[in-house]
Structure formats: C-alpha cells, structure tokens
Design a binder for this molecule. Structure first.
Ligand code: ADP
Ligand code: MG
Ligand code: MG
Length: 897
C-alpha cells in the first residue's frame, strides 16, 4: 500500500502528485517539506478509491496498513490512537485531484469516546473544550458517515442553547454539553438502530469508507459534470492529527487568500474566529473578524502567518487560498490551494504577477479562463441610475461584495424554486440566509446570489466566484423566511421592507449594494475602451484586458473571425479584434420590416419573372449592406454565404400576417395561401434549401453575386481593400458546387468588366453535409476554401436536429452517451473525424486550401483546442465571443507545447 506520511518537515513522497494524492494531500506534503508547521498525517492515495469502487468494499489489508502508517503520526506527535492516555485524535478529510468546494465532508476529532474523553479532560483540565469537541465529532460523524440529517443535530443544539441561555455555542457549559451528547447519541441510536460506534478503530474504518463513498454522492457527481472533472479520478483520504482552535481565547481558526479573490488586489485577505473549530468560519455560524484584527489579538501568530503566506505564494507562484488553526498561540497550516477567483481577479492577478516577475506572459494566459471573459465584458448598472436609486432610497441594504457584476432578477428563497423559475424562462435571483452545497443547482440557475449571513469565504461567496456570478453576502439587514416565501429588510434609515417571492431585486456584486426593482445597465469599461470611447489606460481592467489580448495574439496560430450579418455586428466584431467575417448569412439581412415582404415575395413567386421582380427590389438592400460590411472589415476577408433560407421562417403563418403581406406585395391572399402550402416541407432541414435553391433558381445566385461585386467595386473606388469570399452552402456533391461556380464566374466576369474594376474574390464552400466531407478531394477541385458548418455537420452526422434534441439530449448527457452537448462542443470522435477526413482529402487535391469553421463551436474553448490541433486556419464565432476565441486559441497553442 502506498500510503504517504507527512509532517515535522518531511514528506515521504518527494514529488507529491495531485492526481495520485489529491490536491489537499499533495499540498500538505509540500507544505511539510517546506518546513511549514502542519499537523502530521497520512494520505491514502486516489488509487485506493478506485479500488474500493471496483470491489464495493475496502480491501482487507487496507486498515492494517493504515494503522501501521499511523504509527509514524503517533511518533511525530507523541500521542496514541485509541489510548486514553494522550489520545491521538484525527481528522478524516477527502481530497480530490481537483478542488471541489463543499462536495466532500470532513470529520474532525475522530477517536473520541467515553475513555479518551476522560483522558483528554485529565490532560487539558478543560472539560468544556473536550466535550465541545466530542459533540462536534458525533454530529459530523452522524451526518457524514451515518447519514443522519445535519438539522436534526442542530435542533438539539439549539434547544439546549435556548434552555441554558447560551447565545453562542461557545457559551455552553459542560453540563449542557453532556446533555447534548446524550441526546445526540440517542438520536443516532434511533436513526440507525445501533449505538454510536465507540471503538476508534471502527470509527476510522467507517470514516475512510464514507470518504470513498462520498465520491459518488449526488452533489459531487453534479459538480464534476458541471466542471468536466473525470469520474475516474477518485478521491484521496487524508488522516491527520488534530489541532484545536476551540481551546479558549488563545486559539482560533481562519481562512485567507494571499490576494483579494474578488478584485485581485494584492493584499493579504481573510477572516478568522477566536475559539472555533474547522468549518465555523465557512459555515457562517458566527460572523468572523477581518484578518487584520488578528494582528491586535495575536501579534506573533499574525507575523508568522504573513511570512508563511508570502512563502506559499512565491512557492506556488499563484494566489493561494489557505486554512489555518491556532492552538494556544501556536500556528498550524491545514490547507493551501490555488484560490478560486472571479474573472476580474484572475485578469488582475495574472497581469500583476507578470509585472512582479513571478510568472511569464505565457503562464499568465493559462491563468485566465477564456469562458470567464464574457462576464468581464458584461454590462454594469448604469451609474446615473445607481445614484438616483441611492437618493431615492431604493438601496435596500449593503452587504459584502463577494462576486462582482450586476444582476437583476425575481427573488426566490429556495433553490428548487430557482430551478423551476428558470425552466419557465424567467430569471431568478437566489436570496437565502446562507447557502449550502444543496443550493448548487439553484445558484447555477440564478442571475445572482444574495445571502444574509457569511463572509467573503462563505460557501455562497466561494461557489458564486467559481460560477462567475454576481454575489452579495453577509447582508445582515436581511432576514429570509425561506419556508414562508418572503424576506424582510430593515434599511439604514430604519424602513421595514418586505420582499415577496417573485419581486424584482437587483444586486451589485462590485459595491455590495442591494436595490428594489430592476436596474438599467451600461457597457463595461472594457467594452467602452474597445470601442475607443475611453483610453484603456484610464481603467485598470481595460488596460489588463488589452494586455492579455496582446499576449494572446502573439501566441495564437488560429485566426479569429466573426459571424456577422449586419454592419452593426461587423463593427462590434472589429472592435473585439475579429480579423474578418467568417460567415455572413445573407438571408438574415432581410428580416427588417422594409425588406421582409420582398423576401417573402421572392419565396412565394410562381414564375421566374415574379421572382426576378422581387430580387430586383432586394438587390439594393444587399449591396448597401455589403458595402458597409466591407468598410467595417477593410483589409480583412468577408465570407458571404449565398442564400440559405429556412423557408418556413420566412413564410407568413397567421391570417393577419397573410392579409398584411397581401396588401404590401399586391398578391391575393388565396395565392399566398396556395403557394405557402405548396412550399410546406415535411422535413425542411433536408428540404429545398442551400445550393439547391441557387441551382433551381439561378437568378437568385446571379442577383447575389451582383450585389456582392457591385458593392466590392464601389468600395474599391473608395480605396477600401476588399476580399470577398463567396460561399456556396449545403454542397454534398462536387457537381453542385461546379454548377454554382460556373454561374458565379460568368456573372462576375460580366460585372467586373462592366465596372472596369478588379476585385480579388474567392469561391469556396461550406462543408456541412457528410457526403461533402467524404468526397472533399473532388469538391476541393472547385473550392478555394472550406468552411466547416459544424451546426449542420453535427446534425447530419449525428442524425438529430439541434432544435428537437433537447428532451433526449439531456438524458444522453446524464447517461454519458455524449460527454458534452455536441452543438456546443464539437463531437471529436464523430464530427471531428469528418473534419479530419475532409481536411486530409481536401488538401490532397489543393494544397493551399484555406480552412475554417463557422459553427457555434467555433467560439468554444474546448473545440478551439481541437481546431487548432487539426490545423484549421481560422475559427469564426459570434462577435461577443471573439475575445474568448483569441484567448482560447492562444491557450490551445500553449497546451499543445
Ligand atoms: P474542505 O475540503 O471542505 O475545505 P477540510 O478537510 O479542509 O474540508 O476540513 C474542513 C475544516 O476542518 C477546515 O476548516 C479545516 O481547516 C479543518 N480541519 C481539517 N483537519 C483538521 C485538523 N487535523 N485539525 C484541525 N482542523 C482541521
Ligand atoms: Mg478546506
Ligand atoms: Mg447550414
């Protein structure tokens, strides 16, 4: 058995690996080796968890090996497990390779029973402390191992607190604690039909097994799925000698960050509680004190803590989240890990650490989650409205600014209600006294989180930061009656305000303010700087953002384009750094009220003449839009897809719409109805669309190439460099493309001669039909570029439509048929294989074939890693995701090195 001992300046494993020892165990080993005081302990590696899951029970030789190794801990501490004289008490802590806050439960003070309690009382002379530890142990063990609900214990505790007039749990006297312990033990007897296990060996065995088992509890599974953590990892178990923060007023416990996890500011940051154990800080039972106050209370401990946190940060070269306990004036570190942080903080910390020469720009790029960037670009509350709200006293309260960003939503007080409301398409905002791991789903579905209790390191704050959600905690003016569906607030000026479920509220996670009603939002500094409205240097966030984008651009190989159908989108895309348009869906240019009727007329036309008439009206609109697109993208390529209209989206449906259209285009209602019913397709996705339309109605293609090239010529005359790329959609057969190409070239030649203008245009195709991918060598003969239309390619390769797959896809994802939604992240082994084949075949026929992707997946970081690997030239995504793609493309390069 490869159980590892750590403590007293040594780690038995010289190279403690996270996958093997879990994050917690690996870092405990490292800290021990760095000479940092950690209570000695042992780590049972994750391999044992996998072993346990396969067998369904602990291997018989496991516990003997654990006890053998535990002798080292006994030596190191001078204490003995299960011995009433100086008993060794331990904590049993889970620790997965990836930190999963709140997912696994720790048991403290294990090894206590009537005998060891007596021994401890003799030794310490502090009966209150020993009994307090004992009742905590029964409570945690009862909850985590025996499955007795936490609140049953809390009820007993509260009952006795009331009975003996204790305000805090620290006020409880030994007699009361003894009663609590009796009641706890009875509760266990009743709940499990068996007495509480008094044999420490049995306790340890059961606890170890419970930790292994907890890997598969529902919350853990949900968190792993949400964060794509492999099921196969398993958790390690750490059995560690106890230190006690609840030994009176020279003891305590705390949680700190080496920098502010919310803003990124370089300032030691944290909270502590005097005379408290373990989770008390995080659970929000008492409101903790700020870490600066520790300097006054325990100056030596504070100095030592400052030294250690600096040492840890320079060792790990990253912001650390640390746990400590002080036992009678002596400081111990219990945990360190890379701290979770908001996107804003990750940006600032990464850039600051480069300035401080702790890391290089490449490392900095890997420290920022690409998926977190949209939150930074997200709007903030309109400052003028905030000021108005302040003066109109619409500010209800102020809490701690735990997760920045602005959120408005309908108040809900229970997580289940948040889930229900979100399912109905409304935006909930979760309001609770405090949150627990059971609230994860509700938090996930809410626009923001507001809690009455807890500090910056409380569950709500930590999880919200992980989810990148606006969050305000410790809003003490708030009392939430979760069961009754309302919350009361006493405002600063003493007004009583009631919030009912469904009332609109807003929270500002940057200032900590809570408002009644919905608030208007405005663009963030980064957005304004990108549009050139403010100088990036005037705002640290904009400055750091620009810096990171610059580093990313230096590293990435993939070009990043945007999908843009309108000049407005094109301008946004350019300001976000798009290097061209990868997809302009021309049918989207016809949605406006002036244009739609002609588009409908074109679709409804019965004869070529009618169609040409409608096309003639559409042409000027297209030409003007193209001109403005070319202007916005001056010097960059613009890929224009020929018309690919889903007919049903353009046809009028109701009698009213039909009547209105009839008026506008001068066609009788009967005619419209008749044509509409002829055009009705039983499977529109595989119907008369894409190049099939252009082949059967060549006048459509002709009009479009005319609009494109006329616009190009006009732009050229204005000295704008244009690179139109004409893209033929939905090609499956070489002949489809060559027919369209011939048509395009004849028309183009005529037109360019007419305008006496040279335009460097290209003709290519979308690869979205499996047949095209499989015959890409033939198709590449006529295509100078391929753009993978991964939406349709996914639908056609998987054989299910994106819009109809919701009901079974959810189940598929749960069952792991597909690991991720294939419409969000490219399905590498299926669709990815299509892409690989098409690339290989396509390039064999045309070595300078330009390749890109223009589906939804083009903006997804995981997919981008794949696209980078297979050697595409560019990705194209929605304008707002361009920064995500720029960063992800750089990260893809770094990850492959
Ligand atoms: P989590 O993974 O939820 O953070 P931990 O294993 O870190 O769980 O433990 C929960 C709490 O118990 C933490 O506050 C931790 O510092 C404390 N704790 C764990 N082991 C010990 C120990 N040996 N002595 C004192 N406190 C401990
Ligand atoms: Mg911890
Ligand atoms: Mg398509």
């Amino acid at each position: 058995m490869d159980i590892v001992f750590f403590g007293n300046g040594i780690s038995e494993d010289p190279n403690p690996d996270k996958i093997r020892l879990g994050g917690k165990g690996s870092n405990l080993c490292r800290m021990a080796a760095l000479g940092i005081p950690v209570p000695p302990g042992i780590v049972l590696p994750t391999t044992l968890c996998r072993d346990y899951m396969e067998r369904g029970h602990l291997p018989p030789e496991l516990m003997p090996s654990v006890h053998e190794k535990l002798k080292k801990v006994e030596e190191a501490t001078g204490r003995h497990f299960a011995n009433p004289h100086k008993p060794l008490l331990v904590s049993v802590r889970s620790g997965a390779p990836v930190s999963m806050p709140g997912m696994m439960d720790t048991i403290l003070n294990l090894g206590l029973n009537a005998d060891t309690v007596k021994g401890m009382v003799l030794e310490t002379g502090d009966e209150r402390f020993v009994l307090d530890s004992y009742r905590r142990f029964i409570q945690m063990f009862g909850d985590v191992v025996l499955g007795i609900p936490h609140h049953s214990f809390e009820e007993i505790l509260n009952h006795h607190k009331k009975k003996s007039d204790a305000v805090q749990d620290t006020d409880l006297k030994p007699a009361a604690l003894r009663d609590i312990i009796d009641d706890y033990r009875n509760l266990v007897q009743k709940g499990t039909g068996q007495p509480f296990p008094d044999d420490p060996f049995m306790q340890l065995r059961m606890a170890v097994e419970a930790v292994f088992r907890s890997w598969n509890n529902e919350r853990a599974i949900y968190y792993r799925r949400l964060n794509h953590i492999p099921e196969s990892y398993g958790t390690a178990v750490n059995v560690q000698s106890m230190v006690f923060g609840n030994m009176g007023n020279t003891s305590g416990t705390g949680v700190c960050f080496t920098r502010n996890p919310s803003t990124g500011e370089r300032k030691f940051y944290g909270e502590f509680l005097i005379n408290a154990q373990g989770e008390d800080v995080v659970a929000g039972i008492r409101t903790p004190q700020k870490i600066e106050e520790l300097e006054r209370e325990m100056p030596d401990v504070y100095k030592e803590l400052l030294r250690i946190q600096a040492l840890l940060e320079s060792h790990y070269r990253d912001m650390q989240d640390i746990e400590f306990t002080v036992q009678q004036g002596k400081l111990y570190l219990l945990q360190t890990r890379n701290g979770k942080r908001t996107s804003a903080a990750s940006l600032k910390i990464a850039c600051d650490m480069v300035d401080e020469k702790l890391i290089d720009p490449r490392t900095a790029l890997l420290r920022i989650e690409a998926e977190g960037l949209p939150a930074l670009l997200a709007p903030i509350f309109d400052p003028t409205e905030v000021n108005a709200a302040r003066s109109e006293k619409r500010v209800l309260a102020k809490g701690l600014n735990a997760g920045p960003g602005a959120a408005s939503g309908y108040a809900v007080f229970q997580s289940a209600h948040a889930v229900e409301m979100a399912a109905k398409g409304k935006t909930p905002l979760l309001v609770r006294m405090e949150t627990s791991p059971d609230d994860i789903k509700g938090m996930q579905h809410s626009s923001g989180i507001l809690t009455a209790r807890g500090g910056m390191t409380s569950h709500a704050a930590v999880v919200a930061r992980g989810m990148n959600k606006p969050c305000v905690v410790g809003c003490s003016a708030l009392i939430v009656h979760e069961e009754h569906g309302y919350a009361d607030i006493v405002t600063e000026e003493g007004r009583h305000v009631r919030i009912n479920e469904g009332d609109e509220v807003s929270i500002d996670g940057t200032s900590g303010e809570v408002f009644v009603g919905r608030m208007q939002t405005v663009d963030s500094d980064i957005q304004r700087a990108m549009r050139g409205e403010i100088d990036p240097a005037s705002s640290w966030m904009a400055r750091d953002f620009f810096q990171v984008m610059k580093w990313a651009d230096e590293v990435r190989r993939l070009r990043v384009r945007a999908n843009a159908d309108t000049p407005q989108d094109a301008n946004v895309a350019r300001s976000f750094g798009a290097e061209g348009i990868g997809l302009c869906r021309t049918e989207h240019m016809f949605f406006g009220p002036e244009r739609l009727p002609f588009m409908q007329q074109m679709i409804l036309a019965r004869t070529q003449e009618e169609r040409e008439l409608a096309l003639k009206r559409l042409l000027p609109f297209q030409r003007e839009d193209f001109e403005r697109l070319f202007e916005a993208m001056a010097g960059y390529p613009v890929t224009i897809r020929l018309l690919d209209p889903p007919l049903h989206e353009f046809l009028p449906h109701t009698d009213e719409q039909i009547a209105e259209l009839s008026q506008k285009i001068g066609v009788t209602e009967e005619h419209i109805r008749e044509r509409a019913s002829t055009l009705k397709e039983s499977n529109p996705m595989l119907g008369h669309r894409g190049c099939r339309l252009g082949i059967t109605y060549p006048e459509i293609t002709r009009m479009q190439v005319r609009a494109i090239l006329e616009a190009a010529c006009k732009s050229r005359k204005k000295n704008i460099h244009v690179h139109p790329e004409i893209m033929v959609p939905l090609v499956g057969h070489r002949k489809e493309l060559s027919l369209q190409k011939e048509l395009l070239e004849v028309e183009a030649k005529r037109l360019l001669a007419e305008f006496d203008c040279h335009v460097d245009y290209k003709i290519g195709t979308m690869i979205e039909v499996p047949r095209a991918a499989l015959t890409a060598d033939q198709i590449a003969i006529d295509a100078s570029f391929f753009s993978f239309g991964t939406n349709d390619l996914t639908q056609m390769t998987l054989g299910f439509s994106r819009d109809d797959s919701e009901p079974f896809l959810r189940e598929y994802l749960r069952l792991g048929v597909y690991e991720r939604n294939p419409f969000a992240t490219v399905d590498e082994s299926g669709v990815g294989e299509m892409i690989r084949i098409a690339l290989q075949k396509g390039k064999s026929a045309r070595h300078d074939l330009k390749t890109g992707v223009c589906g939804e997946q083009g903006g997804d970081p995981t997919s981008i890693r794949f696209f980078n690997r297979v050697g595409l030239d560019y990705v194209s995504c929605s304008p707002y995701r361009v920064p995500v793609a720029r960063l992800a493309a750089a990260q893809a390069v770094l990850a492959s090195e």
